[in-house]
Design a protein around this ligand. Structure first.
Ligand code: SF4
Ligand code: SF4
Length: 82
């Protein structure tokens, strides 16, 4: 299960590509076959399972396209009993 998840507001994207250079797991790309409402090639996530929820994409995006969710760490059963 992925550590993080991003929700993309597609129509805010202007296709600048900045986010595609900062994702540490290289799962962001610009679409090659679809355009958003503004006519831009927009960002897509190529492999949602690899997202680590680092929020680098949200930090660098000038257009507030990303909302990032991070999975809470599960406590180990042994630690919970102690
Ligand atoms: S949160 Fe991090 S890992 Fe996930 S898409 Fe954004 S930059 Fe990549
Ligand atoms: S940085 Fe933002 S505006 Fe630029 S391609 Fe990525 S999501 Fe789109």
């Amino acid at each position: 299960m992925a550590k993080g998840m991003v929700v993309i507001d597609v129509d805010r994207c202007k296709g600048c590509g900045l986010c595609t250079h900062v994702c540490p797991v290289d799962i962001l790309a610009l679409s090659t076959d679809s355009f958003n409402a503004k006519g831009y090639r927009h960002v897509i996530v190529t492999d949602e399972e690899k997202c680590i929820g680092c929020a680098s994409c949200a930090t660098i995006c000038p257009d507030v396209v990303f909302t990032v969710y991070r999975r809470k760490r599960q406590r180990k059963a042994a630690a919970a009993k102690a």
